[in-house]
Design a binder for this molecule. Structure first.
Ligand code: URA
Length: 300
């Protein structure tokens, strides 16, 4: 391969490395900055600069806080490394109070309307939702991306700054890496994957979602799953993994590596892609989980 590989070549290269059983996985011959630049190009029409991609990776890393610290299967060294990454990420994120955000004190008092059985109506209700305090500071509600008849539904945590601006989930560096990894198992984001988050509005300063916010917002996600009826679910990160398995008492490490079921739909839980950008060794586990998913989905 001469020069910088295209996104398609990058996906092929990554798949070959993974299939050969490499444990240290990153895009061969590329520095981290080059790999992020490649990932930034993975979505057509998106011209994010490498520096922006790196900054977004740091912001996204905060989104993974709970998942990263619960890696029971990966040992203390990784937990320590992740702790450092988290501290760096927290440092990089402008505190909500300094970012001009309104105080984060509004109670979650607004009752949930009966959610419609029509997908379009559900979306309309969600887009004007003010059930919780997160509605106060949002730019846009981030409802979903991808076709509502997709075979796979990916469930993330909550929007970050890019998603809040664009109204679409997973458009930052973590999203581009997710696209690349899904492409290695033949799942193109544009035609086969529907993506949504547990939380539809950005938490100020990218803080973790609070329990009452998850309680207020998750009925939308549950209704989305009911209406989209995907063949399989992929929960990335511990917030979606715990919610969909109903196992708030356990760790991401304990939930990954097996097939669960959510109301009869096969469910695989794995790491958040932002965690993989912080620590490429976890890409091996993510890949193993994608193989489980591929087994569940079978042939197109
Ligand atoms: N992280 C998430 O969990 N969801 C997004 O939409 C973006 C980053």
């Amino acid at each position: 391969m001469s020069g910088r590989p295209t996104p398609a070549e990058g996906a092929l290269l990554l798949r070959q490395r993974l299939e050969m059983g490499a444990s240290e996985i990153f895009l061969d011959g590329l520095t981290r900055a080059q790999a992020l630049a490649l990932i930034a190009e993975a979505r057509p029409g998106d011209a994010a600069a490498p520096a922006d991609a790196r900054a977004e990776a740091r912001r996204d890393a905060e989104r993974t806080a709970t998942g990263d610290t619960e890696l029971t299967s990966t040992g203390d060294a990784e937990r320590t490394a992740t702790g450092d990454a988290q501290r760096t990420a927290k440092h990089d994120v402008e505190p909500a109070s300094k970012a001009g955000a309104k105080p984060d004190t509004k109670p979650n008092a607004v009752p949930l309307p009966v959610l419609p059985d029509s997908y379009d109506e559900l979306r309309e209700v969600a887009l004007s939702c003010n059930r919780c305090r997160l509605s106060t500071n949002r730019t846009q509600v981030v409802f979903s991306d991808g076709p509502a008849d997709a075979r796979l539904m990916v469930v993330g945590e909550a929007p970050g700054a890019n998603e809040d601006q664009s109204g679409l989930p997973f458009v930052g560096a973590a999203g581009k890496y997710l696209d690349l990894l899904l492409a290695t198992v033949g799942l193109g984001r544009e035609d086969s994957v529907y993506i949504a988050n547990v939380i539809k509005c950005r938490p100020p300063g990218n803080r973790d979602p609070k329990d009452d916010e998850i309680e207020a917002c998750s009925p939308y996600l549950r209704k989305q799953i009911e209406l989209v009826r995907p063949e399989a679910l992929l929960a990335v990160g511990s917030f979606s993994g715990k919610l969909l398995t109903g196992r708030g008492d356990t760790t991401l490490g304990a939930l990954r590596g097996k097939v669960h079921h959510y109301h009869g739909v096969p469910l695989v839980v794995t790491y958040h892609p932002a965690a993989l950008l912080r620590n490429s060794r976890w890409t091996r586990h993510f890949w193993d989980d994608l193989q489980l998913l591929r087994g569940v989905l079978g042939e197109p």
